[in-house]
Write a protein that binds this ligand. Structure first.
Ligand code: AMP
Ligand code: ZN
Length: 114
């Protein structure tokens, strides 16, 4: 946990968020500024910024996230397809430095990120 990290604060319940799912490894919340009809963030409960920094335990958490997301088809509106995005660093426009998986759904999307 990082005391200055927005997502660590959301995980600890210090900042409110609309929770769609939670277990020991992850939290899934609604994005506050949706970039598609449905926009959620799956946040592993371990603080790290980049995939290149990820240790084995964190990789296991990310694997659990990737296995869990498709099971929440109804809750996340994934029935007609969906897009997962992980922004990494400056060029990608990463603004929160705690790794998270964007889940975009509910509309047709072009190749440009929605
Ligand atoms: P990224 O640019 O990939 O780092 O994504 C950060 C995401 O966090 C953006 O899509 C923001 O809209 C979202 N965000 C920022 N603050 C909050 C918040 N308090 N609750 C939910 N989502 C947030
Ligand atoms: Zn964090």
């Amino acid at each position: 946990m990082d005391n200055n990290c927005l997502f660590c604060k959301i995980i600890k319940g210090e900042i409110p968020a609309t929770k769609m799912y939670e277990d020991d490894d992850m939290i899934i919340i609604k994005d506050i500024e949706p970039k598609a009809k449905n926009h959620f963030l799956c946040i592993p409960k371990s603080h790290f910024k980049l995939l290149v920094e990820m240790d084995e335990k964190q990789a296991e958490m990310v694997k659990k996230c990737l296995k869990k997301i498709p099971t929440l088809e109804k809750e996340l509106g994934l029935e007609n397809g969906y897009r997962l995005v992980i922004n990494q660093g400056d060029d990608a426009g990463q603004t929160v430095f705690h790794l998270h998986i964007h889940i975009l759904s509910g509309q047709k999307m072009g190749w440009q990120p929605a």
